[in-house]
Write a protein that binds this ligand. Sequence first.
Ligand code: ZN
Length: 414
Amino acid sequence: MSSAGPGAHPLTFAELWRELEPVGRDPQTGGYRRYSWTPADTACRAWFTGQAERRGLAVETDNNGNLWAWWGPKRPGAIATGSHLDSVPDGGAFDGPLGVVSALAAVDVLKDKAFSPERSVVLAAFTEEEGARFGVPCLGSRLLTGAVDPDAARVLTDDAGTMLADAMIAAGQDPGYLGPRDDLLAGLGAFVELHVEQGRALAPQGAALGLAEGIWPHGRWRFDFTGRADHAGTARLADRRDPMLPYAATVLAARQAAADNNAVATFGKVIVEPNGTNAVPSAVRAWLDARAPDEAAVADTVTTIRSASESFCEEHRVTLSVRQESFTPLVRFDQALRDRIAGTLAAAGVTAPVLPTGAGHDAGVLAARIPTAMLFVRNPTGVSHSPAEHADLADCEAGVRALAAVLEDLAGPT
Ligand SMILES: [Zn+2]
């Protein structure tokens, strides 16, 4: 996509950003629909590959569809950085791509000062981090670490009924080799993910950057409310078995349960059948996302919502089935790595407050296997997973400089 040939000055962060910005953006909403293994995702992957190759990095797609761009030979102790390119439905521009684009820009900063890594640096772009298409967040990193069974992953289906295996084949990727890669993980000495802040903790502190302390435990539950379709004009209220009613009551119960447990709980996705204005629905499928500072609070919240939902369903003669689709335990990032990064940043005059986060990340999955850290770039409004998600260019550039300094320290001479 770049017109500049080899040898030309590398693109600045802003120029890289502008190149990727239109890919997968919906003209109506301004939000992104970069779902894994769709043409928008393929275009993002091609863009990343092209930019990495222009920098002389060797790019490979692993058996799980994650992209790795190597600066230096593949040998143990490599320092990995990156994030993801996929989005939630109508997501913002920054969640994911900021970490990938910053990784490319950080390589430029280091090459400009003729830095040569002693430990190889590898840029990663993980697949299906949001779980927006196949329902399991961090699918690419979970397959990599073995946290998701490959046979179960292959048959995950999107809302149109397409299986992951078929979606991968359609995008030219062989799904036959999905599964853990202990060899690849054993070669990584550390992973640092730069990400836009989700929430608004940095702005009040006047800090452009932050460091992650840990990730709240979180999970997804699918609620199936099954009733009986009927005519919206002729079916008497008393005769109806309308699944929308217990669903609606459950949404309100979730809000209350979250407030009572110092948690957050959200029904953000719902599918109604047959979805006709003049029809009593036959079924409502809804997904609950629940998170809290500790696992007991998540469990209490979900148990409360579930038992409330059961009684609403009984009242309306609707059947309910609830299934957990994913769960991620509490993640604590590596303290020694965080302290080292804080030291590097302090030496560069950057103070980065340490923050907990309610958002899941590939870094949280990798933290179970290798020393992992996260660097947050200030989000002035705190809004994320929305077209309004934003970070100021100056803060993004500060993030690139910080990431470059961190890579220089971690991959440089000991
Ligand atoms: Zn993200």
